[in-house]
Structure formats: structure tokens, C-alpha cells
Design a protein. Structure first.
Length: 306
């Protein structure tokens, strides 16, 4: 309690003195780190199989979180948190396995924009789980997003719809993620958010490890290549630990509606990095589709957080 009181006093003092523009820059950096993670994960998976990559990432994240926040995590490890941990852990596993497996067959930018549709889907997941009816603007955003996905799916030159297995897996990832966020919002009202996040990572880690052991080859020397190691460190330290810290600081000093718009640029960074460093081809149908999805996402997050 004394430590929490000191933290609240420090946070109050920082709220009065922390420059808002610096907080906005931190949120933009956070979005850039997350946007870059799609490309970096693609590079890492040239050597590391998807579930082994996520096993190592989740294990590293759990270790870092426990070292930093064990005083919050340990008291929360009670019988009451078991069911919430399983629910958020299993849905998070489903989200990440779909996204990671899907990313093996589609380009990073395409993956980022299809994933971003979770923002549009979350109000409907909340309708199912907590009986909170979506607003009219959520329905409009969903129609715009679906239209955007349709443009992304158009095959250049023929005008025919062409969604591959990787696309469908990424769309499934967005659907599952919308439920994961809904359950997180519900359970973090009963338990400390850090403890819930830790348990989510821990449960997902177990499922990733089991999946890797039974369905993927064991680690080999190719995993020790410098570019693979750097990619993994980026995902663990940059896209997980550093980005989360900058997000938490930024959200404490920037209005929710402004923060939501800044963080939506994650998908823009992803497609930019992919086009520049991966050579992802972006045709006019993809540009129209990405623009519609991005517009739908902004409509959703501003309505939800403002």
C-alpha cells in the first residue's frame, strides 16, 4: 500500500509537469514499434516456426513482467483468477496463432490492416458478451470496414475476389481478438490489469509450447543467425516491453480520442515498412481497401474512447 501511495503521488506530480507533446510522440513511437513488428515477425519466421516464436516471446514477456511487477502479480494468484486467466489466455492464444500463422503466407501490411478491423468488431463482441448494444456509428463503421476488406480481396486485373488462407486466418484473428479485448475489459474491473495481463501471457505460453512441441520441429542452429536474434529481441523488448511502457505513459497525458487516432497509425506504419523493406506491392484496390478500413477503425475508436 505504501508503494502504491508513492506511485500515485509520483504519477500526480508527473501529470502536472509531463509535456503533452512528448506524450504524443511516445504514443506515435509505440504505434511505429507495433507497426514494425509485423515485418520483423515475418523476418524471424524465415527461421523460427510460428509457435516456437510465440513461446519464446511469451516466456520472455512473463519473465520481464514478473521481475518488474511481482509485488502486484503474486497477491493476485488466487483461485478466483483461474477462470478469467483461462478465458483471456485461450482467446489470446487463438488470436496470436491465427495472426502468426496467417502472416506466414501474406504480406505484413495486408496483415496489419486486416488485423486492425478488430476495433470495428469489438462493440459487437461486447454486445454478445456483456449485452452492451452497439451504436449506429458502429454499424456504419462495420459496413465501411467490410467494404474495405472487399477491396483488399480484389485480385488485380480480374476484379475477382481472392482471399487466401492467410487472409481468412488474419480475419479470424481480428474476430477472436475482439472477444479477447471484451473479456479483458470485464476482468480488469475485478483484478489488477497487470496481473490479468501476466496470467493471459502465461496461459497462452503453455498452449504455444504444447503446440510447438507436437506440431513443429525442434529448435536448430538457424535460429542463432544475427538477423533472427535481432528480430526476436525487437519483438520482445521493443514491441512488447518498451511499447507497453510508452503506451501507458502516453495514455496518462493525452486525451483518449487523440490517443486513439495516434495509435491507429500502427497499420499505416506496418504497410509503409512492408512496402519499403519487404517490397510489398500495393495496388490501387489495396490502397482503397486500406483507406476504408482505416476510416472505419478511426470511427470506432474515437466513438469508444472519447
Amino acid at each position: 500500500m505504501r508503494a502504491r501511495s508513492r506511485f500515485q503521488e509520483f504519477r500526480s506530480r508527473m501529470s502536472r509537469t509531463f509535456p503533452p507533446n512528448l506524450a504524443r510522440i511516445m504514443l506515435l513511437c509505440c504505434a511505429a514499434l507495433w507497426g514494425g513488428s509485423y515485418l520483423v515477425a515475418k523476418v524471424a519466421m524465415t527461421a523460427i516456426t510460428p509457435q516456437w516464436l510465440m513461446t519464446m516471446r511469451m516466456t520472455g514477456s512473463c519473465i520481464i513482467m514478473f521481475v518488474l511487477f511481482h509485488r502486484v502479480i503474486i497477491p493476485a494468484l488466487t483461485r478466483e483468477i483461474i477462470i478469467p486467466a483461462l478465458v483471456v489466455g485461450v482467446t489470446y492464444y487463438g488470436t496470436m496463432i491465427m495472426q502468426t500463422e496467417g502472416l506466414t503466407t501474406i504480406d505484413p501490411g495486408r496483415s496489419a490492416f486486416l488485423t486492425a478491423s478488430y476495433c470495428v468488431l469489438t462493440p459487437f463482441a461486447a454486445w454478445i458478451v456483456v449485452k452492451q448494444r452497439p451504436k449506429l456509428i458502429n454499424l456504419v463503421a462495420a459496413i465501411i470496414c467490410l467494404t474495405g476488406v472487399g477491396f483488399v480481396a480484389l485480385k488485380p486485373g480480374s476484379g475477382a475476389l481472392a482471399l487466401g488462407v492467410g487472409d481468412w486466418m488474419t480475419i479470424a484473428n481480428a474476430v477472436i481478438f475482439s472477444f479477447n479485448l471484451t473479456f479483458l475489459g470485464r476482468y480488469t474491473q475485478r483484478f489488477h490489469p497487470i496481473a490479468v495481463t501476466f496470467m493471459q501471457f502465461a496461459v497462452a505460453d503453455v498452449f504455444f509450447l504444447i503446440g510447438a512441441l507436437f506440431t513443429e520441429p525442434l529448435p536448430n542452429a538457424s535460429w542463432l543467425a544475427p538477423n533472427v536474434i535481432m528480430s526476436f529481441l525487437y519483438l520482445l523488448i521493443g514491441a512488447t516491453t518498451l511499447a507497453q511502457i510508452m503506451q501507458n505513459i502516453g495514455l496518462a497525458h493525452v486525451p483518449p480520442s487523440s490517443a486513439a487516432i495516434i495509435m491507429c497509425t500502427e497499420s499505416l506504419f506496418a504497410v509503409a515498412f512492408s512496402a519499403i523493406f519487404w517490397g510489398e506491392a500495393i495496388g490501387w484496390t489495396s490502397i482503397v481497401g486500406f483507406s476504408l478500413i482505416f476510416a472505419a477503425v478511426i470511427m470506432s475508436v474515437v466513438t469508444k474512447r472519447s
